[in-house]
Design a protein around this ligand. Structure first.
Ligand code: ATP
Ligand code: MG
Length: 350
């Protein structure tokens, strides 16, 4: 298992700076997702770790050793891409062992590794088939097996599920997650889908415009984003301008509310407050709880029904989105009262 570290890594292509300066430490056996919009520098970062691209500045360390001068083949990394490019005229078995065959490993070792890996990726039944006879998920598993059989110490995946339909993507995510935990292999997974990143990763590195915006556990990014950009990218809906009137109170356009105080923020500071849509309680006006904290009056402006859950937009000076379980449905136009616990209000410096 290998620990990967990027120290002030920069990448320029001519006059264009693709990566400004990224620091990242990936623990041995950890699954880290690189998340960000198209063109932010995810693939470039991955390619520098793999050795397919040299950093303009900074260094890439594997277990504390600078690998700048170590060639791709010697870094012992495995790459899985979006387009898995299997050999169409070769069976699953042949596709999986191809890399070892060309390296001239002893036949016995190849066949032992093959048995082991087919078991791991559950492709035993399909070993004699050709790629055209496989589903998308099965092909993706062949691509993963082909990489894993080389026993890489770091596994890198660049949007490997982008070609699959939604349901299969979900299954493959769980498959990759389980496999990675079982093998304990340090893994870097590139995606621009925040749900995918949160479901898969131990930690997520959010990259915007070639800069690391935030690096942390999924729940940390979701609940405690350090900027409105990260909040927005993680799917937050309620972000409003406010002013702190006390360390734990903020004045908003829908009233003054109690918030969780945060180090570094003082009375008088202009801030943003973020109210998580699933952290807000919604009551018909007549059932408003007495004496609850942070009561906000409003009217339902829109309702979207998703089956198990329902989402309301409540007009209350600002439009506040509230997500509820759909045990009961309230109507558009209905006067309502919202209540939010102070520890569900996150504050971001402005
Ligand atoms: N070889 C190259 N020469 C010049 N510019 C490049 C080169 N490779 C990448 N870039 C630029 O660097 C930036 C980052 O590219 P990169 O491929 O890392 O983005 P990405 O985050 O992987 O995007 P996507 O989600 O679309 O795959 C882009 O603006 C891209 O045009
Ligand atoms: Mg890319």
């Amino acid at each position: 298992m290998t620990e990967v570290r990027l120290n002030a890594v920069q990448k320029r292509f001519g006059a264009f700076t693709a990566i400004e300066s990224i620091d990242l430490d990936i623990k041995s056996g950890e699954l880290v997702a690189l998340l960000g919009p198209s063109g932010c520098g995810k693939t470039t970062t991955l390619r520098m770790i793999a050795g397919l691209e040299a950093p303009t500045k900074g260094e890439v360390l594997f277990d504390g050793h600078d690998v700048s001068d170590v060639a791709v083949q010697k870094r012992n990394v495995g790459m899985v891409f979006q387009r898995y490019a299997l050999f169409p005229h070769m069976t699953v078995e042949k596709n999986v062992t191809f890399g070892l065959d060309v390296r001239g490993l002893p036949k016995k070792e190849i066949s032992e590794r093959l048995e082991e890996i087919l078991e791991v990726v559950q492709l035993n039944k399909f070993r004699k088939r050709f790629p055209a006879q496989l589903s998308g998920g099965q092909m993706q598993r062949v691509a993963i097996a082909r990489t894993l059989i080389t026993k890489p110490s770091v596994l890198m995946m660049d949007e490997p599920l982008a070609n699959l339909d939604t349901k299969l993507r979900g299954e493959m995510r769980r498959f990759i997650r389980d496999l990675q935990k079982r093998l304990g292999i340090t893994t870097i997974f590139v995606t621009h889908d925040q749900v995918e990143a949160m479901e898969l990763a131990d930690r997520v590195a959010v990259i915007f415009n070639g800069k690391l915006a935030q690096f942390g556990a999924p729940q940390e990014l979701y609940q405690q984003p350090n900027s409105t950009e990260v909040a927005d990218f993680m799917g937050a809906s309620n972000i409003f301008s406010a002013k702190l009137v006390a360390a734990d109170r903020a004045e908003t356009s829908f009233g003054t509310i109690d918030i969780m105080s945060q180090p570094g923020l003082k009375p008088g500071n202009d801030v943003y407050v973020m109210l998580r849509s699933e952290g807000i309680d919604l009551y018909p006006e007549s059932e408003a709880p007495q004496g609850a904290q942070n009561l906000i009056s409003g009217k339902i402006k829109a309702r979207e029904f998703f089956g198990a859950s329902v989402q309301y937009v409540v007009g209350a000076g600002e439009d506040i989105t509230v997500a509820e379980q759909s045990r009961r449905l309230l109507d558009v136009g209905q006067p309502v009262v919202l209540s939010v616990q102070p520890d569900r209000v996150w504050t971001i410096a402005r």
